[in-house]
Every structure is written in C-alpha cells, then in structure tokens.
Design a protein around this ligand. Structure first.
Ligand code: F6P
Length: 191
C-alpha cells in the first residue's frame, strides 16, 4: 500500500477577494486551517512523513506547523495566469473579454498571455508525479489547478475533466493505492 496526502493552502487574502494567482498571505481563516492541519498530522504520527509545498507564501505558511522535513518546489506553484495575475474573474471579463471567452471554450488548452495552460501545468508537474509514484507518506500542499493535475493523474481523469475537478479548500485529500487502483478520500477539517 502506498499513501499520499494532498491539501490546498489555507484561504488566502486573494481567495477572499476572488483574485487569481499572486503571492498573498493567509487570511485569519487560512491561518486557522494551517493550525488544524498541523494538529491533525502531528497527531497521526505518520512514519517518515515528508512535506512538499510550492514556493509561494500561502502553501509554506499552511504546512509550517507539520513536524516533518519540508521542501518548497517551484513545480508546485499555481498555474501562472500571466497578464491576468491578480485579477478577479469579473475584471478579466471586463479587461480581456476575448481571452475570457477563449478560456471558457477550451479551459484545458487555453494559455494565458505570458502565462500557462492546464496542459503546460501538467507537463511541469510530471517530475513531481514521478517522485510521488516512488514515495510513500508524503503531504503535498499546493494550489487548486496544480492539484487538479496531480490528483487527476492518480485517479485516471480524462484531461478534458481536469480543469473542472473539485478540490475544495480546507480539506485533506488522501490518495491510497490498492493494487493498480487509487482510492480517494476527502477529510474536511472543521475550522
Ligand atoms: O482562485 C484560486 C486559484 O488557485 C487561482 O490562483 C487560480 O488561477 C485558479 O484557482 C485556478 O482555477 P481555474 O483554473 O478554475 O481558474
């Protein structure tokens, strides 16, 4: 058996404002999630646990209290939205209506100007996926789009479905292997 744990960062100041991308810090609620996550993992006493986060402040802060070696890797950073970084979806629609429409038509392949597409993000996380396949007891703290790519890989999602997968905030997602199949369980932490 082989068990991997995933979580998005706790709610950030940008989540509160509905803005994409950026490098915002956690909101007060997000900080409470970081606390709850640490308490939960430290109580589980998982042997040889390792933590991987992105290089962004919100994932590093979310994982900080978990007692395990921590590595911060840029490959786990959120899908980069290029010229749309820091905008809300309403602002995107207002400033870049054509871009907004294109993304809606083909969310998987749409690449933000000077930014990335889901396909790009999938390629970028391939080395992380390779590492996860040969690891056990790892907690990955990353972001919505990137976690859709990674969890979607383990659960055999069709590429077209990836951009719409549910990866809720404040939830631990456990992916465990059973033979060649992976089972996924969601644990929402009360905060
Ligand atoms: O809103 C949070 C967030 O992680 C943004 O930073 C990111 O751009 C977005 O989700 C990705 O979701 P979608 O691809 O559905 O826009």
């Amino acid at each position: 058996p082989h068990t991997l744990y995933f979580s998005r960062h706790g709610e950030s100041e940008y989540n509160v404002l509905g803005k994409v991308g950026g490098d915002a810090v956690l909101s007060a609620r997000g900080e409470r999630y970081a606390q709850a996550l640490a308490t939960k993992f430290n109580a589980m006493r998982i042997p040889d646990l390792r933590v991987l986060t992105s290089r962004l402040r919100r994932t590093i802060a979310t994982a900080r209290g978990v007692e395990a070696p921590q590595e911060h890797v840029a490959a786990l950073n959120e899908l980069y939205a290029g010229i749309c970084e820091g905008l809300s979806y309403e602002e995107m629609q207002e400033h870049y209506p054509q871009e907004f429409a294109w993304r809606d038509q083909d969310k998987l392949r749409y690449r933000y100007p000077w930014g990335e597409s889901y396909i790009d993000a999938m390629q970028r996380v391939e080395p992380v996926i390779a590492e996860l396949q040969r690891s056990n007891n790892i907690l990955v703290v990353s972001h919505q789009a990137v976690l859709r790519c990674i969890i979607g890989f383990f659960t055999d999602k069709k590429p077209e479905e990836l951009p719409y997968m549910e990866v809720p905030l404040h939830t631990i997602i456990r992916v465990s292997s059973h033979g060649y199949n992976y089972k996924v369980d969601f644990f929402k932490l009360p905060i």
